[in-house]
Ligand binder design. Structure first.
Ligand code: ZN
Length: 424
């Protein structure tokens, strides 16, 4: 199904478009209402995908129910199925995320064990709610699920730590539905240098093993994700990859000079590669806000107390969440806005073109804007795109068309891909 097929399907959307065109737009308010109605009709019609949600961290807690509506501010949860429906989000890449740990045989074995447990949790959730959602192994399967009225659950792995130094594990994770791997997280690993390792670069880009990882991912049909990696790793990947790559959750360095963000020459190179950068909605990567040292030190102390969320028992995890919520209340964080995030989209469009930008919010992993704090508020982002003059076709590309194009190119570039088996 093309990204526009859905545009033609729902009768309500057609009606909205018609009423939009035929109304007497005399006053400013009517014009605004018309523009909102138009934005909503487009938003709910096009295929929409967020390429990075850390919701599996919530799902690992057995009391978390994806089919319940959660209050984002009260519970900290930013994604569930009812709010995806409310926010018109058709699909998301659920992240198999692990913070970097020991790079020893024991550490790598532990990373593998934990990654497999997260894959299992995602698959079990899809099986449990097969009437509402399914795992998508291919771009086509994602679109088919949405056409069937279901939520498409893609899987991406954040951090190559669970690959350790065993190339064969890539196939293991591919077979479980992993369709991208963010090569590193915030520290260097056996694959490459990270953009934020406190010790600085270790290889000056990809390691020799990392080069093999990129080749094997190309061969299997897994998207190489360059979010989090160092600039030199990015350039090494560009020189090596035979397929387009993604930055699953990154923003523009020109607007927010965090080492995690992508510089203009990188954006241009990504466009030449045919890839896509999915704008991140995590405040620190969107806009530098006024510092609050009291908040920073309070949170630093709490992060030191709970360095690895995944290691906690369910009770301790809830206790930690409670403490984070209390701190957030005591020191409310100043967040950037949708307008700030769309500035990044504008900039990337200017530098790389409309075919190379999308959205990867980092919800449930620190993402969230003042006026788009959870997935239910996504229609407001499309309203801003409409206000800035993006066409329906542009919006379809940003919300999913570009990502699907890249995913298909990666699937096609794969050597003898094994027949995917979806558990829908
Ligand atoms: Zn991340």
């Amino acid at each position: 199904m093309s990204v526009f097929t859905k545009l033609l399907v729902p009768a309500a959307c057609g009606a909205l478009l018609l009423s939009c065109q035929s109304s007497n737009s005399t006053g400013k308010e009517t014009a605004l209402a018309d523009s909102t109605a138009h934005a909503d009709s487009v938003h709910f019609a096009v295929f929409t995908v967020d390429t990075h949600v850390d919701t599996p961290m919530q799902m690992m807690d057995s009391t978390f129910d994806l089919t319940e509506t959660h209050d984002a501010h009260a519970t900290g949860s930013q994604v569930d199925f009812p709010r995806m429906k409310e926010g018109g989000l058709d699909a998301a890449f659920f992240a198999v995320y692990l913070g970097q740990g020991d790079r020893t045989p024991e550490g790598h074995a532990e990373a593998k064990r934990r990654a497999l447990a997260i894959f299992d949790t995602i698959h079990k959730a899809a099986e449990r709610h097969a009437d509402l959602a399914g795992i998508a192994m291919t771009a086509d399967q994602g679109e088919q699920l949405v056409e069937d009225g279901k939520i498409a659950m893609f899987i991406g792995m954040e951090n190559g730590w669970p690959v350790g130094n065993d190339l064969s594990l890539l196939k293991t994770y591919y077979d479980l539905g992993g369709r991208y791997i963010t090569l590193s997280h915030t520290s260097n690993n056996d694959i490459c240098d990270s953009s934020t390792d406190k010790e600085g670069p270790e290889y000056g880009g990809l390691s020799a093993f990392g080069e093999e990882v990129v080749k094997e991912m190309n061969r299997l049909g897994m998207m190489v994700d360059v979010s989090h990696v160092s600039d030199s790793t990015f350039w090494d990947v560009m020189a090596l990859t035979t397929a387009p790559v993604i930055a699953s959750h990154s923003s523009a360095y020109a607007l927010c000079d965090h080492p995690r963000n992508m510089k203009d020459d990188m954006l241009k190179r990504l466009a030449e590669n045919g890839g896509v950068i999915q704008v991140n909605l995590l405040g620190d990567y969107v806009k530098k806000m006024e510092q609050d040292p009291a908040r920073d030190s309070a949170f630093a102390a709490l992060r030191e107390k709970y360095p690895n969320f995944g290691d906690l028992s369910p009770e301790d995890r809830e206790k930690a969440r409670e403490e984070f919520r209390a701190l957030n209340k005591a020191y409310p964080k100043k967040l950037p806005t949708i307008a700030d995030a769309v500035d990044h989209i504008d900039h990337i469009v200017e530098v790389a073109g409309i075919d190379h930008v999308g959205i990867g919010a980092d919800f449930d992993g620190g993402g969230g804007l003042a006026d788009c704090y959870d997935v239910s508020e996504y229609p407001k982002l499309t309203e801003e795109l409409v206000r800035r003059g993006y066409s329906d076709e542009d919006i379809a590309k940003i919300w999913g068309g570009n990502l699907l194009r890249v995913m298909r190119a990666v699937e096609q570039a794969a050597e003898a891909p094994s027949a995917p088996t979806a558990s829908m």
